[in-house]
Design a protein around this ligand. Sequence first.
Ligand code: ASP
Length: 333
Amino acid sequence: MKKILLIGTGGTIASEMTDDGLAPKLDSTQLLRYIPRVSELCAVDCIQLMSVDSTNMSPSGWLSIARCVETHYDAYDGFVISHGTDTMAYTAAALSYLIRNSQKPVVLTGAQKPISMDVTDSKQNLSDAFTYACDERASGVSIVFNGSVILGTRAKKVRSKSFSAFASINFPELAVLQDGRVLHYIDLGYRERAAFSHALNDSVGLVKLIPGTDAGMLNYALDRFDAVIIESFGVGGLPEGNDGCFRAAIERGIKAGKLIMITTQVQNEGSNLTVYQVGHALKQQNIIEAFDMTTEAAVAKLMWIMGETRDPDRVRERFYTPVSHDILYTESE
Ligand code: ASP
C-alpha cells in the first residue's frame, strides 16, 4: 500500500464559521476523518504546517512547504497539500520551481466550501487528490480540483464561487478523475528523485496597467523592487504617457540593474510584443517577455531565479529555459 503525507496549510476546506466569517480551524488529521475510505487506498500520515487563509500565504510559506516535502521525501510515495484556493495557483507555481522533476506526485487541493458543510466540494477534491497521488503515472507538482488535474505551472483561479474554480492556461489538463479513476492525457515522465531549491528573492513587484496609469507607479515599483512585472494589455505594449515617461522609466530601471518583464492581463494565449508599435520598441530594450506563461508562474519563476542570481543575462537565459512546461514559446512569431 502506498504511503502518502497529507500536509495541512488551512484554507476554506479546513474552515469553520466564526463571528467574523470563515477561518481555518481544522488540522489535517481532522480533515482526513471526513474521508474514511481513503484508508482502503493508502496509508496516510498527517502534518499541520500552518493554518492560514491563503490570502496570508507568502514566499516564506512556499519555502516551508517545499522544505517539508524535502524532509519527508524518501519516506513517502506522494504528497497531498491542502491549501486555500485564493493563492493556490501561486503556491503550485512556486512549488514547481522549488521541487523539480519529482517522480513522486506533489498534489495541491482545496475547496470552495468547507468540509463540514452539507453541500461541499471538499470531500470529493480531497479524495481525488489522494487517488491521483497514489496513481503510478502521477508525477510532478499539480493541482487536483473539481475532477481535473492541472499542471502546477499552468493553473489559475478563474471562478471565485463555483466548484470549477481552476483552469489550465495555455496547456492541456494532465488528467481527469471520474468515479475514483484517473484518465491520463499527459505523462510528465519524471522518473527521478526531485531536485530541491531553498531560496527565493521576493523583491518582485507587479504593476497592472489601466488606461491612463500614471508612470509614477512604474517609477515607484522600479525603485522599490529588484524586478517588476508589467501586466499590460492584449499581446503587450506600453503607453506613451506624458512625453514618453513610461519609456524613460524603463530606461532608468534597466540602467539601475532592475529586471523588467512584460506580460498580459488577458488570461489566454499570451503576449507577443512584436505585433504593435506600442510593444515593438520594448523588444530592443533588455526586457523579458512572459509569452504564454501565467502571471502566477512568471512571479514565482522570477523569485526562484533571482534567489540564485541577479545577473540580467543569466536571469533572462534561465527564464526562457522551460521548467515543468511553464513556457512553450520564447520567440515572438
Ligand atoms: N480565502 C480562502 C483561502 O484562500 C478561499 C478558499 O480556500 O477557497 O484560503
